[in-house]
Design a protein around this ligand. Structure first.
Ligand code: ADP
Ligand code: MG
Length: 718
């Protein structure tokens, strides 16, 4: 098999050379010809569709006009300016008047003026691509893309002789280095010529037929140089399918390999402690909780190692599920550790868990960074001799001197805050020779398509039902002009004996500024709610753990009416008497974060409110987010919308874990249907040939054995 053409260093492609190769590597991560042909156009110029200026309107999306430059005007910070000043970057705005015979249009540039000025010549004709809008009653386009009219000589070269021309991702550096759109097209043509003969069809013929997928050569040729719209669509579909198919195939294969692995701690019993806890519970489990516990029980007694993700909205009752799972381990003679991302959360877990465990006789302990030395020593002893059945804690659990007698189950709350390395240390603590069962809990609802990919190698359980009696939280958006009314409303609520959260955004990058906002906000609150009678506590990330705990406790115990906080404390704080959540600068939060914060109220028996304070001029996207928050309380619905709006890469809770591979053409947000389909096909292939050992699956096996498909495998980290 001649693969060399694909592995050829990109610098040897005619027209590239070492300098441009370095640029391509740096800007587009391209090292070989094989990498290069997988850079796809993100849009196409359709030379057959040119809009006459006279019929362009501001409500059109992106359009293409073909027009002659009539006039170029330059403006500095103080008005008119001469062309000489372009050299010194003194021009703040360039206005270009163009005409196509049907009308005039103004093109406006604020950036890249030097380059654009050198490119545009008065009297010449160009193709401009941009979004028409209206300014001062005149039609204009801001920062249109500019293409020279293709000379006939150019147009009749091979594959480039199509009506649609691909536009590739570009950067200023690439353009300055001479890698223009036009050059990209020419290089791509060269690349395809050398690379295509070396590319074998990688998808099974059966699949191509069954799914109506075009062959790989057709797909690659037409994604770069579409013959027409239909061919482009077919090419796109094939490449998306292929990408998602390989991804799912690799995930499912790993899952299969793991499920074949018999090396799991067998926990056949439920045990006495489980039964005591179960029968003395202050409520009945919801149907969803029961179902999930059954799934977990089945895993734990199977003899395979459990690797399960438990998703459940805030307040859905994950803690009880964690406790019952831990008790199964205890009932079989094993220890459980429950890890939380913050000290406050660990404390709270410990408190709740201890309550649930009353009467079971199971010894439990809390280990955090602020545990005292004597206490710490006692806990280490208890873990080592096995007398502590359930340990709750933070990262402190990962320290080397924490040794378990026989760790059988590790429960991780909000896994995205733990890195792979930290998990690995935890697994290393299992001293019975077998890796502990693993249950990862998250309250960040993840859309199905994303979950299938991020956690495609885990089994998933979802608690999709809230305990009965939850009152809906009324969500209201308000701007600064309503602040007095809002404060008065808070006073009424406090008079009724309720408590209030006021949360300020804290975004890592602008930490200093955020603290200023928080401090100003706190002063404003203290002024509006003077002591006596009002008591206000404040919690933020720059306080010591003792300070945080002191203030949190004051609020939890009802000694403070208002808690001013940053989003640091966002996850999991449980104060049932708090009935109002005010979120300041709500437009700065993402949807799922807003949803998490809102989940802090509505836990008690009183009607609860969430007030979203926003600036008065919001971007379209922010407005949409705020409206959605007011419209629904369903976390999964919000997560789906969030993903559609922002793309999966930006979803909160998923940045750190990241996508297993970078998707080139498919989008998890938009291609859910293809993803589903691809996953089913991958499953069918594996059902027939689980280890991809059959000769006809040789190429598939080769593909998924590449490093890029290696995702975190929770069970094999050790
Ligand atoms: P999560 O961790 O999923 O956000 P929690 O486990 O903290 O939710 O539960 C939220 C509240 O609901 C707790 O006060 C808990 O005692 C209560 N709860 C849990 N399960 C049930 C149930 N089945 N019926 C009634 N209340 C429940
Ligand atoms: Mg919880």
């Amino acid at each position: 098999m001649e693969k060399n053409a694909l592995q050829t260093d990109i610098q040897f492609l005619p027209g590239v050379g070492p300098k441009r190769a370095a640029l391509l590597k740096k800007e587009l991560n391209v090292e070989t010809v094989g990498d290069f042909i997988r850079i796809y156009p993100f849009r196409y110029i359709d030379r057959s569709s040119i809009v006459p200026i006279s019929s362009a309107t501001p409500d059109m999306a992106y359009i293409q006009i073909r027009a002659r430059v009539v006039e170029i005007n330059l403006f500095g910070s103080k008005g008119g300016i001469s062309p000489e000043d372009v050299k010194f970057n003194l021009v703040k705005r360039m206005s270009v008047k163009v005409s196509d015979g049907t009308g005039f249009m103004e093109l406006v540039f604020f950036k890249g003026i030097k380059w654009m000025h050198s490119k545009l010549v008065k009297g010449e004709e160009y193709i401009f691509f941009g979004k028409p809008s209206v300014f001062n009653g005149h039609l204009n386009m801001v920062h249109p893309e500019v293409d020279n009219i293709r000379k006939d000589a150019d147009a009749d070269s091979g594959m480039m002789n199509n009506t649609m021309t691909g536009v590739y991702p570009s950067t200023e550096k690439l353009r300055n280095g001479g890698i223009t759109g036009k050059l990209m097209n020419r290089l791509m043509e060269n690349a395809l010529k050398t690379a295509l003969p070396a590319i074998e069809e990688s998808l099974p013929q059966k699949l191509l037929l069954q799914k109506g997928l075009v062959p790989i050569h057709f797909a690659l040729r037409n994604i770069h140089f579409p013959k027409d719209m239909t061919a482009l669509e077919k090419a796109r579909y094939r490449l998306k399918f292929e990408e998602l198919f390989y991804l799912q195939l690799s995930l499912l294969k790993q899952k299969y390999v793991r499920s074949r692995n018999e090396n799991g701690i067998r926990m056949p019993k439920v045990g006495e402690a489980f039964n005591i806890c179960y029968s003395s519970m202050p409520f009945n489990l919801t149907g969803a909780q029961k179902r999930v516990i059954t799934e977990i029980r089945d895993d734990m007694k199977s003899g395979h190692q459990m690797n399960r993700l438990l998703q459940g909205d805030v307040g859905s009752g994950k803690t009880m599920v964690a406790v019952l799972s831990a008790l199964i381990a205890v009932g079989n003679g094993y220890q459980t550790c429950i890890m939380a991302p913050t000290e406050v959360l660990a404390q709270q877990h410990f408190k709740n868990i201890s309550k649930y465990l009353q009467g079971t006789g199971v010894r439990t302990a809390l280990l955090t960074g602020s545990s005292r030395t004597a206490e710490r020593r006692e806990i280490h002893q208890g873990l080592e001799d096995g007398s502590i059945g359930i340990i709750v804690g933070t990262h402190a659990l990962l320290e080397d001197n924490v040794v378990f007698r026989n760790l059988g189950l590790a429960i991780i709350d909000e896994q995205h805050r733990f890195g792979v390395e930290q998990r690995a240390r935890l697994w290393g603590k299992s001293s019975c020779g077998l890796a502990p069962h693993i249950l990862v809990m998250t309250a960040t609802p993840i859309p199905r398509t994303l979950a299938m990919t991020l956690y495609g190698d885990l089994d998933a359980s979802v608690i999709d039902e809230l305990p009965p009696g939850r009152k809906p939280v009324q969500t209201i958006a308000a701007t600064e002009s309503r602040r007095t009314a809002m404060f008065n409303f808070l006073k009424e609520q406090i008079k009724l004996g309720r408590q209030v959260f006021i949360v300020y955004p804290l975004i890592f990058e602008s930490e200093k500024l955020d603290y200023k906002n928080l401090e100003k906000g706190y002063e404003q609150v203290v002024t509006a709610f003077p002591f006596p009678p009002y008591k206000t506590a404040i919690v933020h990330g720059q306080q010591s753990n003792e300070e945080k705990k002191f203030n949190m406790d004051a609020f939890a115990a009802g000694r403070a009416d208002i808690l001013v906080a940053t989003s640091v404390i966002e996850v999991g704080v449980d104060v049932p008497n708090a009935s109002v959540m005010v979120i300041e600068s709500a437009e700065r939060f993402g949807l799922s974060q807003l949803h998490q914060l809102r989940g802090r109220v509505g836990r008690g028996s009183e009607k609860s409110y969430c007030i979203l304070m926003t600036g008065s001029r919001l971007s379209k996207e922010s407005r949409h987010r705020i409206e959605l928050m007011c419209a629904t309380e369903n976390g999964f619905e919000l997560a789906e919308e969030d993903m559609k709006m922002r793309g999966p890469g930006n979803l909160e809770g998923t940045q750190q874990s990241g996508l297993p591979i970078a998707l080139n053409i498919a989008s998890l947000a938009r291609d859910g249907i293809i993803l589903n389909d691809a996953r089913q096909c991958a499953q069918a292939v594996l059902d027939d040939d689980p280890v991809l050992g059959k000769p006809e699956n040789r190429l598939l096996a080769e593909e998924v054995s590449q490093d890029k498909y290696k995702v975190r495998d929770y069970s094999q980290i050790s």
